[in-house]
Write a protein that binds this ligand. Structure first.
Ligand SMILES: *Cc1c(COP(=O)(O)O)cnc(C)c1O
Length: 383
């Protein structure tokens, strides 16, 4: 053979019995078959064998199975980000003419998709009060197919009575999907509380280092697996095996990071609660957090995100000064990484509430707790 042809020979030449503790990174689009009759385009690779890189390589499927084990799911799909995971859930359960319910406190882009893309497809998504509990029953219509929960809610941190919502939904044959990003799939056992679909932005705690974007959708039975898989295939939600490799590494240190983050965040939040000018600290473990009783009943821990509301008489410009004066807390979105973050939410949209530029979300990172408190102290003094 010509040297050019020899260079392209894909047959492995080295030994194949290397056993490492680290999951190898398998990149690849084409899967090679032994014979024509073996050719398939089957997304159920975990059952039926590899067919195409679009449905994941062994690296992706390893991450999927570890998330499934973490959440005790039947199966997990890995997708390009949390928002893609939200899209997958919507498209698996909603079609033209159906109705879905989403809490006011849901992640902003979830509601944007409801108002934008989904409305254009004649899918009606209605917002509801996250603290509604069993009364959600009154909002369920004949064409309701999906109820979203997100607990705690984004920015305003309301904890939902998930078992009550699940009972009302299942009573009428409606599926419940949970955005379980806050708990990292660890501190709230979605399936034990009756949820049908649990999704996470792996971008946050599983990645844990602000260097990747990935999402997961976990389902608890074969029926949901088939429904979700067909949509997953058609949408072509492929991910990079390199990102999956980083997420697999993130999983290994998740327990120590979460331990540290919980303790440090509680200390920072407690310190903030005692400061002049702070009206309220919305941290799930605090009694002042709406729905705290459900956190106490259903969660086994808290993580690193919470919000503070400044007093009514604190002007929004002063809140901006506070943010701009922070040194260790960087100004930025997303969370769950090693660095502390702070950001003002100038226009959170919650019926009957006007936070008027006084609501700040904080994410505590792995810096020494006292340094973070000192930083908050100097910024509060400056404002
Ligand atoms: C960040 C986030 C998402 C979206 O995740 P991306 O990976 O950034 O797309 C979804 N839900 C919640 C609650 C989030 O915080």
């Amino acid at each position: 053979m010509d040297w050019r042809t020899r260079l392209l020979d894909a047959t492995p030449q080295s030994r194949r019995d290397y056993r490492s503790l680290a999951t190898p990174v398998y990149r690849g689009s084409t899967v090679v078959f032994d014979q024509q009759s073996d050719v398939s385009d089957d997304w159920q690779q975990d059952k039926n064998g590899y067919s195409y890189g679009l449905y994941g390589t062994p690296t992706t499927l390893e991450l999927a199975s570890r998330i499934a084990r973490l959440e005790q799911a039947h199966h997990t799909f890995i997708v390009p980000g949390g928002q893609a995971a939200i899209a997958l859930v919507y498209f698996a359960y909603c079609k033209a003419g159906t109705h879905a319910l989403v809490p006011y406190s849901a992640y902003g882009p979830n509601k944007e998709m409801a108002e934008g893309l989904l409305r254009g497809l004649n899918i009606d998504v209605e917002p509801y009060d996250p603290l509604i509990g069993a009364e959600i029953s009154d909002l369920i219509k004949d064409n309701t197919t999906l109820i979203w929960c997100e607990s705690p809610g984004s920015v305003t941190m309301e904890i939902q009575d998930i078992p009550a919502i699940v009972a009302a939904a299942h009573d009428k044959g409606v599926k419940v999907a949970l955005d379980n990003t806050y708990s990292a799939g660890v501190f709230f056992d979605a399936f034990a509380h009756g949820v049908d679909v649990s999704m996470q932005a792996l971008t946050k705690y599983i990645g844990g280092h602000s260097d990747l974007l990935l999402g997961s959708v976990s389902v608890n039975d074969e029926h949901a697996y088939n429904a979700m898989g067909e949509v997953y295939r058609q949408l072509g939600l492929a991910v990079s095996p390199d990102d999956c490799s980083l997420a697999l590494r993130g999983l290994q240190t998740l327990p120590v990071r979460l331990d540290h983050l919980e303790t440090s965040t509680l200390k920072v939040a407690q310190w903030l609660e005692g400061q002049v000018g702070i009206n309220c600290v919305f941290h799930p473990a605090f009694e002042t957090c709406p729905g705290h009783e459900f956190w106490k009943r259903d969660f086994t821990g808290s993580t690193s995100v919470f919000s503070i509301l400044f007093d009514d008489d604190v002007e929004s410009e002063k809140v901006v000064t506070f943010i701009n004066t922070l040194r260790l807390f960087h100004i930025g979105l997303s969370w769950g990484g090693v660095n502390s973050l702070a950001v003002v939410y100038p226009d959170v949209d919650r019926p009957g509430k006007d936070y008027g530029g006084r609501l700040v979300r904080l994410n505590v990172g792995l810096e020494a707790t006292q340094d973070l408190i000192d930083d908050l102290h100097q910024a509060l003094s400056a404002m």
